[in-house]
Design a protein around this ligand. Structure first.
Ligand SMILES: [Ca+2]
Ligand SMILES: [Ca+2]
Length: 219
């Protein structure tokens, strides 16, 4: 092989390498962050008895005696969350206290809370009151910007909700959906595929160039 042919081959090789790198870079830059979502569901703990102090801000609060909240099976609750209560939609319990701890492993770049309550609620995030609704009727709330209240590590959302039975009928429900954005992008499956094919292209090229160099040395 003359020098010109070698040079052309080397140029072609560089071109393919650059294409592989471009593919990989494109894959990373088009990745979007997937939000961490904390929705009301049956993993939330509930009690119908006034808890002791610190229940609303201590993540390690002793929840002995609390039970898993009941999913009321109501369709269309805010944010696709489950509407929950202590013991069902037609409860004899006017008040419910609800808690959910959750872990955030990355710094928080944005966070938004939406929800709904039949009828009123106080909602705390890590001990800070973010909703104080005592107007006596059912409605949705939010979006509330709660990014500044969240921490990397264990967090607590705590709720004291009440119904106005028998004034507005015996309906009880609480729903919340907390969407948390972190700056670390999580590649989407399609981007992962692109990244994978880019890397595979590089690996193939390395293999081929290795063979070419071996052939050159042998010749
Ligand atoms: Ca209300
Ligand atoms: Ca009601």
């Amino acid at each position: 092989m003359d020098d010109g042919a070698l040079l052309r081959k080397a140029a072609a090789r560089v071109k393919v390498i650059l294409m592989g790198v471009a593919l990989a870079v494109a894959a990373v830059s088009t990745a979007t962050a997937t939000p961490l979502i904390v929705n009301t569901d049956t993993s939330w703990l509930a009690t119908n008895a006034q808890p002791a102090a610190t229940w609303e801000f201590n993540p390690s609060f002793d929840t002995t005696g609390w039970i898993n909240a009941v999913d009321l099976g109501i369709l269309g609750c805010p944010g696709g969350a489950s509407c929950i209560w202590y013991d069902g939609q037609y409860s004899s319990t006017q008040f419910v206290w609800l808690r959910k701890t959750f872990t955030i492993s990355d710094p928080v770049s944005a966070a938004s809370l939406i929800g709904g309550v039949d009828d009123d609620a106080d909602v705390y995030l890590n001990g800070t009151l973010v909703l104080s609704d005592h107007n006596g009727f059912a409605q949705n709330f939010g979006p509330l910007d709660v990014a500044a209240l969240l921490v990397q590590g264990v967090n607590l959302i705590a709720v004291n909700a009440s119904d106005n039975f028998p004034v507005y009928g015996q309906n009880h429900a609480f729903a919340a959906s907390l969407q948390i954005q972190t700056p670390n992008p999580v590649p989407e499956p399609a981007s992962l595929l692109l990244l994978g094919s880019g890397l595979a292209g590089l690996a193939f090229l390395r293999l081929r160039s290795g063979q070419a160099w071996r052939r050159k040395r042998q010749s």
